[in-house]
Design a protein around this ligand. Structure first.
Ligand code: SF4
Ligand code: SF4
Length: 426
């Protein structure tokens, strides 16, 4: 056995906790999870059945922790995991799984397959079977602080431009602010209007907030690739910045994966509770709406639909808040078939968008989103995840569909009451 394989098998043994063991032992092999996964439905290839993507991990569980598995291993009748097998499964566990959790919703015995995929990635990464794109993003996250290599001067430049554009200050390193805003690199580089939108909304609502120059990046490549030590280090950076600035809450931005990482995984990764709350930006905006501090004017007249980012809606439970906010903004809002917690993934989450090898496949499975859109014919899509927005734009272009993809936060800012910025649709 090679040293890398040995490391991988060791990592598999380590990650097989009580939930993983019970999930494997209770699987009845019904195959229902296949029909919930867009990689299976859009390709009809059996290898994309969610539980099958976990076969190496299942073999290790069976050989090490089940009576029959141990017996067959002792008799030399088991099929051990090999390097070739891990090479083959690398594409199944990284390229064809966005950890969207849709399969977990339909499993009759309650197996959380997305959780198991995350665990399996630990062993894959330890054995050197992780995609180059994700390795590069993770290295940049550790050394530079951003998976896209965005450094503080780039953020400072965007802040200066935004301040000139909107005539409002963007607070940085303000000790004692109530909220610390995180940003994803994609927002900083691809959608910098998001920063201005936040500044305008918070200015109107009287929210005390700041950005940290030491920890502005929200995304956590350690979780995506499956290296818990790195994931914990990235969470710690945010925690220590929040503690240093003495904020009461940290705001996860329009990024699905970031919310899952900082809100749900973070305390477990670092092994202690936070001294602050974590809220998704949509939760905060909906709270402000409820308190009467978020006031809009005019409505979008075009037919709008909402793409639920998997980690925000299905895994995060933020489902009613975007709809409350859309009710303020949209004259003609229409739900996609199977929306909310059962929405279909865009196909690019869970590190798939950082993995160039998966580009062809992610565009192929976008056909599922196309079918959802074809059923309702919206004029535009609104979402709350930069990664989803980029992939939705890519997918729409690939399928020749001319449809803008908007940010919910930015659209709210365009409709702020009293806002005089050009382009306001009153
Ligand atoms: S739906 Fe659940 S029980 Fe059925 S095959 Fe998939 S993991 Fe197993
Ligand atoms: S988590 Fe999503 S992408 Fe991954 S196997 Fe399940 S349904 Fe498919």
């Amino acid at each position: 056995m090679s040293a890398t394989l040995e490391r991988g098998i060791h990592a598999f043994k380590e990650v097989i906790d009580a939930p993983v063991a019970s999930f494997f032992s209770s699987c009845v092999r019904c195959g229902l999870c296949a029909h919930a996964c867009l990689f299976y439905t859009e390709t009809e290839e059996p290898k994309y059945t969610p539980i099958y993507k976990l076969e190496p991990l299942r073999r290790v569980w069976r050989e090490e922790y089940s009576f029959w598995g141990r017996l067959t291993k002792a008799l030399g009748l088991s099929k051990p995991v090999t390097d070739d097998m891990l090479t083959e499964w690398e594409t199944l566990v990284y390229d064809s799984c966005t950890m969207c959790g849709r399969c977990s919703m339909v499993c009759p015995v309650g197996n959380d397959i997305a959780y198991m995929v995350r665990k399996m990635r630990e062993g894959m990464a330890a054995s050197g079977h992780a995609p180059a794109g994700l390795i590069g993003a993770t290295q940049r996250a550790v050394t530079i602080g951003s998976p896209m290599g965005v450094k503080l001067p780039a953020l400072q430049a965007q802040i200066r431009h935004t301040e000139q554009d909107i005539g409002l200050p963007i607070p940085v390193d303000e000790v004692g602010a109530e909220y610390l805003l995180l940003l994803s690199s994609m927002e900083i580089m691809n959608f910098p209007e998001f920063i201005g939108a936040i500044a305008k909304i918070f200015n109107q609502a009287g929210v005390s907030w700041t950005i940290s120059s030491e920890a502005f990046e929200a995304t956590n490549s350690g979780i995506q690739i499956g290296v818990s030590d790195i994931a914990a280090e990235l969470v710690e950076r945010i925690v220590s910045a929040a503690e240093k600035l003495k904020v009461k809450s940290v705001i996860s931005p329009e990024c699905g994966h970031a919310y899952m990482a900082i809100r749900w995984e973070g305390p477990n990764l670092i092994g202690r509770p936070y001294s602050f709350k974590v809220v998704h930006i949509l939760e905060l905006l909906d709270d402000l709406r409820e308190q009467g501090r978020l006031k809009t004017t005019g409505k979008e007249t075009q037919r709008l639909t909402y793409h639920d980012p998997c980690q925000i809606s299905r895994r995060g439970g933020v489902v009613k808040q975007p709809r409350n906010l859309l009710n303020m903004l949209a004259e003609d809002f229409v739900e996609m078939p199977e929306s909310g917690t059962m929405n279909w993934c865009c196909g690019a989450g869970g590190g798939v968008s950082s993995n160039e090898r998966a580009d062809e496949l992610r565009l192929k499975v976008f056909n599922r989103k196309k079918q959802q859109l074809d059923a309702i014919h919206p004029d535009a899509i609104i979402s709350a995840c930069s990664n989803c927005r980029i992939h939705l734009e890519d997918g729409l272009e690939e399928y020749g569909m001319d449809m803008p993809v908007l940010s919910l936060t930015e659209t709210i800012a365009e409709h702020l009451a009293g806002s005089e910025q050009p382009g306001s649709k009153e």
